[in-house]
Write a protein that binds this ligand. Structure first.
Ligand code: ADP
Ligand code: ASP
Ligand code: MG
Length: 414
């Protein structure tokens, strides 16, 4: 029997009516003669609400208890969906990540999935049940509940689809596909029919929240097609697949557009360490200390003073890590005899993504001109072969996205 894996995000299971709607869809797919596994996220903003609750109890949560708490949201939606299915006469069972055999690394809050032991899922499918599995969680070697990072239900679904050898992983959400940029920011954004793993991974990592970056990484490893689509319509959405397969399906020999999409990351903060003595080992010391504290550093810029003996360094971190990152940086700045440490959480990062960029010069200069015309100051720049990112003042982030979307004609490309 063909196996179908569906994932429904928070908004799509946001209330009892929506849960019943998902149940109707699942029932239909079962009745068409398929085995069905459904991965669900927590209802609506439940995970955020649980985190707010946590902050009312402590400012320094224990990571194990954090996972115990935030993993509960998915259990609620899984159980309710299984009950809604049963109420419609469709046999169903809900399973936690652990019950479903999702084994993770022994790291709280953002573990990777190590393996999926399929025995239980297979048994339930064989018994003719729809299997509803909590996204975002698994179990570690001690038997503790582990979460896999915010937005991680997408990754749970893709990993399950790969383990079960499904042909495609259907991810149902509140938009009907991947757009050239967040349609909430630019209403003229255009829906993409296909996007390659490479470009989607960049967009997701650079802040396009529509897919968890690791779900794209996992899909590319297993060559699993992700079909991202709307939970309220039946229409086709966007296929995320290998560039080779897209070329075959779309019948295009070469890519044309330099820029395929624009991402905005509003969840960053900037730290500067000023007048650091410019000698070997400085960067190693600072970033080594940050890595030890598990602070992920993103953009790094170093500038040299005219005297040549001092340098300034600036880098970005996730906003949630800012306090910890500043503490570490101040400690190292003291040891290195740097002049001072400054920080700013009032920034966001705007990025252009496209594999065609590499062969089309002028993308960066057009980006800078567009921002200059909008009187948007660029605070930091980084580039790679398929992306250009600029850090700007937070309040100008959306304006930058709108201007760039227009300047690169993303609303028009066929
Ligand atoms: P879910 O709860 O289903 O996982 P998310 O809220 O995580 O849904 O992701 C869907 C949201 O991602 C959309 O509502 C949209 O605003 C946002 N988004 C950001 N960038 C894009 C993009 N390029 N294309 C489509 N949606 C995007
Ligand atoms: N509920 C989790 C979160 O909000 C996981 C997910 O939605 O994918 O981060
Ligand atoms: Mg999501």
């Amino acid at each position: 029997m063909p196996i179908i894996v569906h994932k429904y995000g928070g908004t799509s299971v946001g209330n009892p009516e929506k849960i019943k709607n998902v149940a109707r869809r699942v029932k239909k797919v079962m009745e068409a003669g398929n085995e069905v596994v459904v991965v669900v996220s927590a209802m609506g903003h439940t995970t955020d609400e649980l985190i707010d609750l946590m902050h009312k109890v402590t400012s320094n949560p224990d990571p194990r208890e954090y996972d115990m708490l935030v993993s509960t949201g998915e259990q609620v939606s899984a159980a309710l969906l299984a009950m809604a299915l049963q109420a419609m006469g469709c046999p169903a069972i809900s399973l936690t990540g652990g019950q479903a055999g999702v084994v993770t690394e022994d790291i709280y809050r953002k573990a990777r999935i190590k393996e999926i032991k399929l025995d239980r899922i297979k048994k339930e499918l064989k018994d003719g049940k729809a299997v509803v599995i909590t996204g975002f969680q698994g179990i570690d070697s001690k038997g503790d509940i582990i979460t896999i990072g915010r937005g991680g239900s997408d990754t749970s679904a893709v990993a399950l689809a790969a383990a079960l050898k499904a042909d495609v992983c259907d991810i149902y959400t509140d938009v009907d596909g991947v757009y050239t940029t967040d349609p909430r920011i630019v209403p003229e954004a255009r829906k993409l029919k296909y996007i390659s793993y490479e470009e989607m991974l960049e967009l997701a990592s650079l802040g396009a929240q529509v897919l968890h970056p690791r779900s794209v990484e996992c899909a590319s490893i297993y060559n699993m097609v992700i079909h991202l689509r709307s939970s309220s319509k039946e229409d086709e959405g966007t296929y995320i697949m290998s560039a080779a397969r897209i070329a075959k399906e779309a019948g295009k020999m070469e890519k044309q557009e330099a820029v395929r999409g624009i991402a905005l990351d509003e969840n960053i903060a900037k730290i500067g360490i000023l007048h650091v003595p410019d000698r070997p080992g400085t960067a190693a010391r600072l970033f080594g200390a940050l890595a030890k504290e598990k602070v992920n550093v993103d953009m790094i810029v170093q500038s040299i003073h005219s005297q040549g003996t001092l340098a300034d360094m600036a880098f970005t971190v996730e906003r949630a890590d800012l306090k910890r990152a500043v503490e570490v940086t101040e400690r190292i700045a003291g040891e290195l005899k740097a002049e001072k440490v400054v920080s700013d959480s009032d920034v966001s990062k705007v990025s252009l993504v496209g594999v065609g960029m590499v062969s089309q010069p002028g993308t960066a200069s057009k980006m800078f001109e567009t921002l200059a015309f909008e009187k948007i100051n660029i605070q930091m720049i980084t580039t790679s072969e398929i992306k250009i990112s600029c850090v700007v003042k937070a309040e100008q982030g959306k304006q930058a996205v709108r201007a760039l979307h227009k300047a690169f004609g993303l609303d028009k490309v066929a």
